[in-house]
Design a protein around this ligand. Structure first.
Ligand SMILES: NC(=O)CCC(=O)C(=O)O
Length: 299
């Protein structure tokens, strides 16, 4: 029987230390991706905003132009660094995210929080613009408004990795919207990947819980990849990158420091879990027709 994940694969999450020095971040990412590759990883993930500090005032300063594709080196050093790196390492590189600039002819500027995913050939396979912007205000704890600077993306992103199957990409706050994950799973993703930089207020309570919930709801693998925590930075990332299996068990996780997490995703595990708890044949779209769009699970 065909399995959603066609063959077992090692996934690496790079919990990268990210600084204000873009060139350093890019060369450091290269070192870490090559290190992960030596450990057998074939899909390697970088964190949200891995080549800049995370903060609204930094987005315009660090933004790169990705369209029309391919951009020039000047327009996007990150595009070229990641493309070259994927080819050098011979792996899929899920390039966390970077601030993206789209400049209209009359000079209007729009910014997005954008992921780029590259094939082992160096080809850009997909981009995902963060759909749900991180706008929260918890009095006395944290206030953040990505929408002061960023605009939201408008699509669910699935990427076909021919040897392994489909993965779905979304960014950080996107994880709080289970609809996106559910549709991606219904469209046949074996893995939901979220480069993300949760904070010290919500991280403890919700980071692992969200990862396990999305895995449990959808019976797929889930990976969350954070920057390493830097208490000198204005925004302190939660860290704790982790990988969860289709039964919501944590396969592995890091603390807050820089590190590489390599986890083996085993082919057949999704089907084993779904056989035991067959949610996908038990759904009652007749009772909740408003979420029925998108139809049944694809084989
Ligand atoms: N970068 C983000 O989207 C942060 C999301 C977050 O911290 C949350 O609690 O959600």
């Amino acid at each position: 029987m065909a399995t959603l994940l066609k063959q077992s694969v090692k996934l690496a999450l790079i919990q990268l230390s990210c600084t204000a020095d873009k060139a350093r971040n890019l060369s450091h990412a290269r070192t870490k991706v090559l290190e992960a590759t030596k450990q057998g990883a074939k899909i390697v993930v970088l964190p949200e905003c891995f080549n800049s500090p995370y903060g609204t005032k930094y987005f315009p300063q660090y933004a790169e132009t990705l369209l029309p594709s391919p951009p020039t080196e000047d327009q996007s050093p990150t595009f070229h660094a990641l493309s070259k790196l994927a080819k050098e390492a011979g792996v899929y590189v899920v390039g966390g995210s970077i601030p993206e600039l789209v400049e209209a002819k009359k000079g209007d500027k729009t910014y997005y929080n954008t992921n780029m995913t590259f094939a082992p050939s160096g080809e850009l396979l997909a981009t995902h613009r963060k759909v749900h912007l991180f706008d929260i205000d918890i009095p006395g704890k944290i206030k953040f408004r990505e929408s002061d600077v960023l605009s939201p993306g408008n699509k669910i992103t699935l990427v076909d990795l021919p040897e392994y199957g489909k993965i779905a990409l979304a960014i950080c706050y996107d994880i709080r919207f289970p609809e996106l994950a559910t549709i991606a799973a219904r469209k046949g993703a074996f893995l939901l990947l979220y480069p993300g930089a949760f904070n010290l207020t919500t991280g403890k309570l919700h980071w692992e819980l969200q990862a396990r919930a999305r895995a449990m709801d959808n019976q797929v693998f889930v990976g969350l990849c954070s920057p390493a925590r830097d208490m000198e930075a204005e925004y302190n990332a939660w860290g704790h990158s982790l990988v969860v299996d289709p039964n919501a068990e944590v396969l592995g996780g890091l603390d807050e420091k820089e590190g590489i997490l390599v986890s083996e995703l085993v082919a057949g595990r999704i089907e084993e879990v779904r056989k035991g708890i067959p949610l996908y044949t038990q759904r009652r779209f007749d009772v909740y027709p408003d979420v029925a769009e998108g139809g049944k699970f694809e084989e």
